[in-house]
Design a binder for this molecule. Structure first.
Ligand code: SF4
Length: 287
């Protein structure tokens, strides 16, 4: 009933995954291999009915739901509302529904459309910001500028979604590391989301970025350089009350706290990790 590969954010590990679309309609980010083997498509009405019936028999009362695959929000607002109704009718006791929310899809929708989607039951979005630097966003072919990314995040916040923003440490390589740190801090601060996840670049074989590395066009950061970049980014963040997590299997060091209130503690954790060099071994890291 699922089309593989299937992805969800780490924090949705206990959620019921409902797959209404397959793949990513954009699928051009150079670092992302998630859906490179899977063409984008919207499942048919009958497939969705069968999928929901199957999931009801398997898990009739989930508390949280994540709608896959990569960008459910690329659908027309009418279709999104139609499918949200079906999901809610199948699982009326679910307390949270979430999905990935790409910047291009968010910016294509009006504030009113986003508000309607939010009020119709979509509670939380995961926005892959990746970087706040124009140069890095261009390098990874994200399809938006830092300004457009900021607008996308701010629109999601204004519509009342719970927003989790993801940044990838090391995504700019060595030459852009400092810009990536400072400008990502600027974009995340301007969005001021409730959650921020900091992953670390781990390049998969089936990606254009891997080819760049093999051709010597992209120089990855060492664990020490990742720590310097992370320190700079955290130091410059200005957030109201953001649950910060950097405890993914891709990270060299586990960090967590509420920003800005725990900023000094998190910075001390980074200093201590750099002294001890107790980094997650390379063979253990994944994205
Ligand atoms: S990072 Fe997101 S938007 Fe980019 S190709 Fe992967 S799934 Fe699509």
């Amino acid at each position: 009933m699922y089309s593989s590969p299937l992805y969800r954010p780490p924090s949705e590990a206990r959620s019921l995954i409902i797959q209404l679309t397959e793949g990513c309609s954009y699928n051009k980010c150079t670092f992302c291999g998630m859906y490179k083997t899977k063409p984008f498509r919207i499942r048919t009405e009958q497939e969705i009915i069968d999928h929901l019936n199957y999931l009801k028999s398997y898990d009739p009362n989930p508390s949280k739901i994540f709608i896959a695959d990569g960008n459910f929000l690329c659908l027309s607002t009418d279709k999104i509302l139609h499918y949200l109704d079906k999901v809610k009718a199948s699982f009326p006791n679910a307390t949270r529904i979430s999905c990935y929310g790409g910047p291009l899809d968010l910016n294509r929708k009006t504030p009113e459309e986003l508000l309607t989607i939010r009020q119709s039951g979509m509670d939380m979005l995961y926005l892959g910001v990746e970087s706040g630097s124009d140069e890095v966003l261009k390098l990874i072919n994200k399809g938006v500028t830092a300004h457009e990314m900021t607008i996308a995040g701010q629109k999601a916040m204004a519509a009342g979604f719970i927003l989790s923003c993801m940044i990838i440490s090391g995504i700019g390589g060595k030459p852009l590391s400092e810009k990536h740190a400072l400008e990502s801090a600027k974009v995340i601060s301007a969005i001021d989301p409730q959650f921020m996840a900091l992953l670390t670049l781990h390049v998969e074989d089936n990606t254009p970025l891997k080819d760049d590395i093999l051709e010597g066009k992209f120089e990855s950061l060492t664990p020490d350089e990742i720590m310097v970049e992370t320190y700079q980014m955290i130091k410059h963040l200005q957030l109201t009350h953001c649950t910060f997590r950097s405890n993914h299997v891709s990270n060299y060091v586990n960090l967590k706290g509420v920003l800005n209130q725990d900023k000094d503690t998190v910075l001390k954790q980074i200093e201590s990790a750099m002294k001890s060099k107790d980094y997650t071994p390379e063979y253990f890291r994944r994205i």
